[in-house]
Design a protein around this ligand. Structure first.
Ligand code: BES
Ligand code: ZN
Length: 643
């Protein structure tokens, strides 16, 4: 059935493309080409983090039929893959990590030979090679491991409601191979569908069209429901995502809504009430939203990231529910990925900046359109500081890790996920914007998304596109295009957006540093962004009486805004401020967002006897609640083995 669904429109599209009359209707499931050559054969289009052999056989569609087994913590069932096989293609190589393969058959149900290669022992996993014998479809019966890296199975106690267990997945960068045997490479786009069964009382949601919102009864299986999903747009496989638990839904607009546990739904709906305005602003800037619905899912507090741009269903941490919409730039960010990242996708993790740098730039434009220029400038200026912090962290401006285009061969793609990709990437685009003017830049970017929609992209491809379609005269040389992308450091022409409102904040910092009087601080009138500028800009060394004064005046130990709390605790820990210990412990036990958890443990470990035993005690208690992504990072700073 799904094949019939796919073939008709594709055949028509190919025909039209061949006539040249409707270029935008080209075959979106065709192998991606760049300059007349397959992108997979190019230097930058080769993905060293996947075992896939797309030039020989390429997965074009994934059909999942899985039971979510909460007792065993496994996904059990089958994945049926449609393949585009080259004329002389003999085998297909898939990615897998800790999968238990039970059987592999072709479209007719006949057994096929398969072999699981050696596991690298790290994040890359093992190649699963299937001998095709002419097959263009393979069905793999399998189960994921109880510790699958992409999945987190939560006990009821780890949810707000406390009644039902919860499951969620996180695919980016290369984790989905731990629950889906497919070619797990961002350049190999796949349409997909799924049927997932779960115990009664659990709602299953996925990053796709939800065909059965309430689920369906299953013959002969009382106590379980089946949920069906379909994604007809070809997406990068890291974007296949699932969550399951006691989830309620509230509409926000015509094409948007929010899923959350019932006790959090009202708070979430009011926090995200501007979402329709954001979507319209984004469309106004860079063209039609191509994914139909835009829903948000608020996860339990163990979710290791701030947000994840799963198509049609952005996943977000509950730590952005500040109560005053002050942290919604994160939603603008994930929404922007509907263009940069999901429509035009980095072909390999070496070009992660193409996803994130473009998205931070776009996020800021959405924020400007919806909340005004001052707000956007403050956010951009905070981003600059984040960038500088990570430049220091990777060893300064001469470090190879300050390049936009990276060479992560043999490394965990996670290593490249620093604020350099995000913020230097965005600063680069702002610098281009300033050089060519906003009108020309916006027109180019809108066309760029259209031209490259549903395609992978590389730095080389971007440069070619910019040279052909954006720059005039010697603008590219003036900007230093290649140096920006391929060389370390920060070129001199980098545009640093500086917020005027921060000048007053910086003055308050200076005044407080001198006098110690909290009366010089205009806290109640400040936005969250000004407060963050203040806390991050204070001298790193502060005496206890100064910290006391700040806490007393602004209740920082009890701050409910997670970003404020985090900024405060970093400062407090660096000063071995005893009165912040309880607050630190409570915060670290309340959520598992890596961005907060990892730096706080690192700060504690830097404080010798004052911080280390405390860090170990708290981590021992918190660790079982954290996602593998978070423990993977914290394990390196807080060794627990010594007891
Ligand atoms: N796509 C990222 C999250 C991600 C990156 C997951 C790399 C796995 C590997 C997402 O869009 C993101 O950037 N989230 C940020 C928030 C954002 C506002 C900067 C986060 O989670 O902190
Ligand atoms: Zn992002």
């Amino acid at each position: 059935m799904k094949i019939a669904n796919l073939i008709a429109p594709l055949a028509a599209a190919t025909l039209l493309a061949a006539c040249g009359s409707e270029p935008e209707l080209r075959d979106r499931n065709a192998a991606p080409m760049i300059d007349g050559q397959s992108i997979y054969a190019t230097e930058e289009g080769r993905d060293t983090h996947s075992h896939a052999n797309p030039l020989e056989a390429r997965v074009t569609h994934v059909s999942l039929d899985l039971n979510a087994d909460f007792e065993e913590r496994r996904m059990v069932g089958s994945a049926t893959l449609d393949l585009d096989v080259a004329e002389d293609g003999e085998e297909v190589v898939l990615d897998s990590k800790d999968l238990e393969i039970r059987e592999v058959v072709n479209g007719e149900g006949e057994a096929l030979r398969w072999e699981m290669g050696e596991d690298s022992g790290d994040v890359h996993g093992a190649p699963l090679t299937i001998t095709l014998d002419g097959a263009e479809q393979v069905k793999i019966t399998y189960a994921s491991a109880p510790g699958a890296a992409a999945l987190q199975w939560l006990e009821p106690e780890q949810t707000e409601g406390g009644e039902e267990p919860f499951l969620f997945s996180q695919g980016q960068a290369i984790l989905n191979r731990s629950w889906i045997p497919t070619q797990d490479s961002p350049g190999i786009r796949q349409t997909w569908d799924a049927r997932i069964t779960a115990p009664e009382g659990i709602r299953v949601v996925m990053s796709a069209e939800m065909l059965t919102p309430e689920g369906e009864l299953i013959d002969g299986q009382p106590g379980r429901r089946a949920f069906r999903f379909r994604m007809d747009e070809p997406i990068a496989p890291y974007l296949i995502a699932i969550a399951a638990g006691d989830l309620a839904f509230q509409e926000l607009g015509d094409r948007s809504g929010v899923y959350a546990e019932p006790s959090m739904l009202a708070a979430a709906a009011s926090e995200f009430e501007d979402i329709e305005e954001m979507i319209s602003a984004a469309e106004e800037l860079y063209g039609e939203y191509r994914w139909g619905r835009y829903d948000l899912l608020v996860l339990p507090s163990a979710f290791p990231f701030g947000g994840m741009e799963n198509p049609r269903l952005t996943f977000v941490t509950p730590t952005i529910l500040a109560g005053d919409k002050s942290l919604v730039s994160l939603v603008a960010h994930e929404l922007a990925h509907s263009w940069s990242g999901n429509l035009v996708t980095n072909a390999s993790w070496d070009d992660f900046w193409l996803n994130e740098g473009f998205t931070v730039y776009f996020e800021n434009r959405i924020m400007e359109a919806v909340y005004g220029r001052e707000q956007a400038e403050m956010l951009a200026d905070l981003g600059w500081a984040d960038m500088m912090e990570d430049v220091e962290a990777v060893g300064g401006l001469t470090s190879e890790d300050t390049r936009l285009h990276l060479d992560l061969d043999g490394r965990d793609p996670d290593d490249g996920m620093t604020n350099i990709a995000y913020e230097k990437g965005a600063v680069f685009l702002r610098t281009i914007e300033e050089t060519v003017g906003r009108a020309r830049f916006d027109a180019w970017l809108r066309d760029y998304f259209d031209r490259n929609a549903f395609q992978p992209q590389t730095s080389a491809g971007l440069i070619a596109d910019m040279r052909a379609n954006l720059f005039e005269g010697d603008e590219a040389e003036e900007i230093g295009l290649e140096a920006w992308i391929y060389e370390p450091g920060l070129p001199e022409n980098a545009v640093h957006v500086q917020s005027n409102r921060f000048r007053a904040v910086d003055q308050a910092i200076a005044n407080f540093a001198e006098s110690g009087e909290v009366t010089v601080i205009n806290w109640p009138e400040w936005t969250t962004q000004e407060r963050l500028r203040f806390l991050n800009g204070l001298p790193r060394e502060l005496a206890d009486d100064r910290l006391d004064a700040l806490d007393e005046a602004f209740s920082l130990n009890a701050a409910r805004n997670s970003e404020i709390r985090f900024a405060w605790l970093k400062l407090a820990i660096a000063n071995r401020y005893d009165a912040a210990r309880d607050s630190t412990e409570a915060f670290l036990l309340s959520m598992g967002r890596r961005k907060f958890v990892a730096p706080l443990f690192e700060a504690l470990m830097a404080e010798g006897q004052w911080g280390q035993p405390f860090a170990r005690r708290v981590y021992r208690e918190a660790r079982p609640r954290y996602h593998a992504i978070t423990t993977g990072t914290v394990d390196e700073t807080v060794p627990l083995s010594d007891g």
